[in-house]
Ligand binder design. Structure first.
Ligand SMILES: [Zn+2]
Length: 176
């Protein structure tokens, strides 16, 4: 038994005020901090070695490793097959996501077209003009859907939409 004159932890050597602050374990008399550390180590040992729970950092490493292997394999296939490499296509997934905001006629544009249609050299009736504008809107919708399936990039979409739109407007203007 230790006497009260030399109350220090047998592991870290830290002095404590009273013997009761040390705890007797196999290693000797240890301070609270060392006891806590030992317990944490033991818990860690149980988790990793007995229960075989992997560390999160180990898991992340493993995932990164797997991803690297997958990318290498894809690169290898690309080198062999080039662009001819068969791809599993899901038509819905391959559809270009397009923000259709601003692709339809605005109220002002409709009004402009309407005026043009009813005031031209061969003026249309109000009913006919409205029908023509409604038809144009429908054609724009079809154009957007059609391009959505055909083009791969928003830039290409924009270019081809503008072309298609100009063509639609020209058709209307030629009729007027
Ligand atoms: Zn200690």
């Amino acid at each position: 038994m230790k006497n009260n004159q030399e109350v220090h932890c047998d592991k870290c050597g830290r002095e404590v005020a009273k013997l009761k602050y040390l705890k007797k374990v196999n290693e000797g008399f240890l301070c609270g901090k060392c006891i806590k550390e030992n317990r944490a180590k033991h818990r860690e040992f149980l988790r990793r070695e007995v229960l075989k729970i992997p560390k999160r950092s180990d898991l992340l490493k493993e995932w990164a490793e797997k991803r690297k292997v997958r990318e290498k394999e894809q690169e290898r296939l690309r080198k062999i097959y080039g662009d001819a490499k068969p791809e599993i296509k899901s038509s819905k997934k391959d559809k270009l996501k397009i923000n259709t905001l601003g692709l339809y006629l605005t109220k002002d544009e409709r009004l402009f077209l309407y005026k043009k249609l009813v005031q031209g050299e061969n003026p249309l009736s109000s009913e006919e003009a409205n029908k023509r504008i409604k038809n144009l809107t429908e054609q724009m919708k079809i154009l957007i859907e059609d391009l959505r399936n055909k083009v791969k990039t928003p830039l290409e979409f924009r270019k081809r939409f503008d072309e298609g739109f100009a063509r639609l407007i020209m058709e209307i203007e030629n009729e007027v």
